[in-house]
Write a protein that binds this ligand. Structure first.
Ligand code: SAM
Length: 286
């Protein structure tokens, strides 16, 4: 089977199967072989690795992944793509095609007991954040996540306080992983062309967390509540949050214990400060 990573072969296979792209599934297929190689190289795949590819599409990047990895699990939601994938990947014995929604799939079934698991994907942009959060928060034995996302979202993953892009995604990514942007990808590398430029970001999972916190669940509940109402002071956003069971007085006390101004907004806090705040709040009930 010929490589798909060029406009001619991509159009040919799409026409053969009379396949029309689904906007609702975020379908923008890569047609540039250099970019596809760049992503696979950035992921540092070798035969020891089990790769999970999210959204293989017609199998453009999957072909390259199958040549480098020990085994590849390609998870695709669109059942109309399955017969196409069966043809385009027919040369490879180390591929498993799974017709599922990645957000509903129990990834422990794939990842548990494997020597080295890496996620590689040109992600569907409409669900980038929930996918990244699932991969980070479910405590799966994943070494790295190398993904194409909107350029702006890649920026959001690596910024700190004091920028408009700073938010819950930045903090989750930086707590669990080390983010590095490895390439900027213009719109012209896809069909159909997306509205925005893209970036490839590699998240290498940390073996040691950058901050110590007693209760990670509480810290991220606080972070989510604060950024859901980022224009409000921390006291007000947490005081009104349904998922935080602390009184306004306890919240005020924890802010004071940290030596912060009472009218501080959560968006000004670093990861270290969120961790300290979470511990201070929790210590009031113990
Ligand atoms: N990897 C291909 C490429 O680079 O040419 C396609 C990338 S396209 C941006 C995103 C892919 O994710 C599509 O194939 C789409 O059908 C698939 N997809 C969308 N939502 C999904 C979900 N919830 N679970 C699994 N795959 C999904």
């Amino acid at each position: 089977m010929a490589y798909l990573a060029n406009p001619k072969n991509t159009v040919q296979i799409l026409e053969k199967y009379n396949f029309s792209m689904q906007k609702r599934f975020g379908q923008n297929f890569l047609i540039d072989s250099n970019i596809v190689w760049n992503i696979v190289e950035a992921a540092e795949i070798n035969v020891e690795d089990t790769v999970i590819e999210i959204g293989p599409g017609i199998g453009t990047m999957t072909q390259f992944l199958c040549e480098k990895a020990g085994e590849v699990f390609a998870v695709e939601i669109d059942k109309k793509l399955i017969p196409i994938l069966e043809e385009t990947l027919s040369d490879y014995k180390n591929i498993r095609i799974i017709n599922e929604d990645i957000l509903k799939l129990d990834l422990t079934q794939i990842a548990d007991g494997k020597r080295s698991v890496k996620v590689v994907a040109n992600l569907p942009y409409y669900i980038t954040t929930p996918i990244i959060m699932k991969l980070l928060e479910e405590n799966l034995p994943i070494k790295s996540i190398t993904v194409m996302v909107q350029k702006e979202v890649a920026e959001r993953m690596r910024v700190g306080p004091g920028t408009k892009d700073y938010g819950a995604l930045s903090l989750a990514v930086q707590y669990y992983a080390k983010p590095e942007i490895v390439a900027i990808v213009p719109k012209t590398c896809f069909i159909p062309k997306p509205n925005v430029d893209s970036a490839v970001i590699r998240l290498t999972r940390r073996t040691e967390k950058p901050v110590k916190v007693n209760n990670t669940t509480l810290m991220f509940a606080i972070i989510r509540a604060v950024f859901n109402q980022r224009r409000k002071t921390m006291l007000n956003s947490l005081g009104n949050a349904g998922n935080i069971n602390f009184s306004k007085e306890e919240i005020r006390q924890a802010i004071e214990d940290l030596g912060l101004r009472p009218d501080i907004r959560g968006e000004a806090l670093t990861l270290e400060q969120f961790a300290a705040f979470s511990d201070a709040l929790e210590s009031q009930t113990s």
